[in-house]
Design a protein around this ligand. Sequence first.
Ligand SMILES: Nc1ncnc2c1ncn2[C@@H]1O[C@H](COP(=O)(O)OP(=O)(O)OP(=O)(O)O)[C@@H](O)[C@H]1O
Ligand SMILES: [Mg+2]
Length: 216
Amino acid sequence: MIQLFHVTKRFGANVALQDISLRIRRGEFVFISGPSGAGKTTLLRLMFGAERPSEGQILIDGINLNRIRRVKLDMLRRRIGFVFQDFKLLNRKTVFQNVALASEVLGERQSITRKKAHQILRAVGLSSKEQAYPLQLSGGEQQRVAIARAMINNPLILFADEPTGNLDPEITKEIMILFRSINLRGTTVVIATHSRDLLENTDQRIVTLNRGQIVS
Ligand SMILES: Nc1ncnc2c1ncn2[C@@H]1O[C@H](COP(=O)(O)OP(=O)(O)OP(=O)(O)O)[C@@H](O)[C@H]1O
Ligand SMILES: [Mg+2]
């Protein structure tokens, strides 16, 4: 479970998030929506422990991110997948290596890592690109590598920041089915997006931000 209590985040004089209280249950599927600059990315980064709140508390499964030690935070993050808005792929590694690495760092056996990497790359429709390098891919293909990498370890929580921003409607549909299926297997899924398409065709909970505040 993810809990935020009166969280405010400032960057200098700029208030990115103001007095956010929010509870996301284990196994929930939630969209964070709102216009550009509303604070969606900032909210995900705070819940991932990549940023510290200026005020307020954030708890993941009862663990207070303000109090946790660096080593413990790293351990917690290994159970969390994050699809970055700008992908953050390693350009000197192949698609396959980018995805497999996320499993290797957990100390997974090589044979299992390989099997899982092939499997998840097939699921995102990139089997034929395994040996390509990120810069040889289209934006949508890079985005799908980032999604595969975030999903390979069956994380407890999956945060995805605008994960379908570069995808056409057909692939978007397939990726959303993938998010649904990982959610059905128990992963809590939190997706930040301003895509009307995604938001109109869902019965999932939608948290709407505007200028750093929850408006619905
Ligand atoms: N590192 C930073 N330094 C200074 N200001 C920042 C920083 N990160 C975010 N902000 C500011 O916080 C506000 C919220 O930004 P954020 O990236 O969370 O918005 P967003 O909802 O994700 O927008 P988008 O839909 O364009 O991705 C913006 O006003 C932005 O300028
Ligand atoms: Mg953003």
